[in-house]
Write a new protein. Structure first.
Length: 309
C-alpha cells in the first residue's frame, strides 16, 4: 500500500494557493541566487580559460551563497505564507531512509555511470579520444590510476553531500517538485523543473564560461531520472540529496576536459526508457509525491520506518 501523501484540498485554503507558493518560491530563489551569482559572473568571468578551472576564493564564496538560495527561499515563503505545516512535512521526509538498498545505489551512481558510459562510447568512436591531462578526471587518473579512482569513487560522491546537495534540495525536490506534481504529471513536472533549475544556473555558468544549451539538454533528462528516484523512494529527501551529489560528481569530478553530445543522448535514452517502463503520470510504481494543501491536521508525512522495494 502506498504511503505517499496525496494532495488534500482544504476548504480553508484558497484553491490557487499552491501555484502562488510556486511563483513566490521560484522568484525568490532566482533573486537571492542571482544577487550573488551576477557579481560572480561580472568579476570572475574569463572566456579564455578552460572549463571547470580551479575557482578563486571570492568565486567560491559567491557560489556557495547562491547555492543556499533554494532552501532559504523555501523557508521564507512557507513561513511568510503561514504554511509552517508544509515546512514540517518537508523536513520529515529527511527521516525516510529505510528504502531498498538498490535505490541508494541508483541515486548515487546512475549519473556517474552514464558519464563513464559516454566516455567509453567516445573512445570506441574515436581512437584518438583521450581524457585531457589537466581535467579533473585526468588529474585523478594520473594520481590514482583507474583502480584507485574506482576505490575512492563512493567517497567522491559522498563528499558532494554537504555542498550543493544539502544547500539546494529542501527547495527543489522538497517544495517545488511536489507543488509541480500536484498540478501536472510526473514527466511534465520534471521537464518544467529541469528547465527552471538549468536556467537558474545561468550567471554561475557565465562565471565559469560554460554554455547554457548543452547544460539544459542534459539537466532536463537528469531531472526526470531524479524524479523517478524520489517518487519511488516515497519522497525521501536523503535520496534526493544523494542523486544530486552523484550528478554533481559526474559533471565536475568526472569531467574529462570536453563536453559531448554522447552523454546528453545517453541520458535522454535512459530517461525515455524510465518513462516507457513506469509511465509519465507518476514515474514510479507508486503515486507521485504531492504537497499536502490542508492545515496541520492534513499535512502528514509518508511513514519513515517501512522498508520499500
Amino acid at each position: 500500500m502506498s504511503q505517499t501523501v496525496h494532495a488534500t484540498r482544504s476548504p480553508t485554503r484558497p484553491p490557487h494557493q499552491p501555484i502562488r507558493l510556486l511563483w513566490a518560491y521560484v522568484g525568490l530563489t532566482f533573486a537571492l541566487a542571482w544577487a550573488a551569482w551576477a557579481p560572480a559572473a561580472a568579476l570572475f568571468r574569463d572566456p579564455h580559460r578552460p572549463g571547470l578551472p580551479s575557482p578563486t576564493g571570492g568565486l567560491v564564496v559567491l557560489q556557495t551563497l547562491g547555492a543556499a538560495a533554494p532552501t532559504l527561499a523555501a523557508y521564507l515563503v512557507l513561513r511568510v505564507s503561514g504554511r509552517r505545516d508544509l515546512l514540517d512535512w518537508i523536513t520529515s521526509r529527511y527521516r525516510i531512509w529505510r528504502v531498498h538498498p538498490g535505490w541508494y545505489l541508483t541515486a548515487g551512481l546512475l549519473a556517474p555511470a552514464i558519464m563513464l558510459l559516454s566516455l567509453w562510447v567516445r573512445a570506441l568512436a574515436d581512437p584518438h579520444f583521450q581524457v585531457a591531462p589537466g581535467s579533473p578526471l585526468g588529474e585523478m587518473l594520473a594520481d590514482l590510476g583507474v583502480g584507485g579512482v574506482a576505490l575512492v569513487f563512493p567517497l567522491l560522491v559522498l563528499g558532494w553531500l554537504p555542498s550543493s546537495a544539502l544547500l539546494e534540495e529542501l527547495g527543489w525536490r522538497g517544495l517545488a517538485l511536489p507543488l509541480l506534481q500536484g498540478r501536472w504529471n510526473g514527466l511534465a513536472a520534471s521537464v518544467l523543473l529541469g528547465l527552471v533549475w538549468g536556467v537558474w544556473h545561468l550567471p554561475l555558468m557565465a562565471a565559469y564560461g560554460d554554455p547554457l544549451v548543452p547544460y539544459l539538454l542534459l539537466i532536463v533528462p537528469q531531472t526526470v531520472l531524479m524524479t523517478w528516484v524520489v517518487n519511488s523512494a516515497r519522497g525521501s529527501m536523503l535520496l534526493a540529496m544523494l542523486f544530486h551529489a552523484g550528478l554533481a560528481c559526474a559533471l565536475t569530478t568526472l569531467y574529462p576536459g570536453s563536453r559531448s553530445m554522447v552523454e546528453i543522448a545517453l541520458t535522454w535514452l535512459v530517461a525515455a526508457a524510465i518513462v516507457l517502463r513506469y509511465g509519465p503520470r507518476d514515474l514510479a510504481r507508486r503515486d507521485r509525491v504531492r504537497l499536502p494543501e490542508g492545515g496541520d491536521q492534513h499535512a502528514h508525512a509518508p511513514t519513515a520506518g517501512r522498508t520499500q522495494g
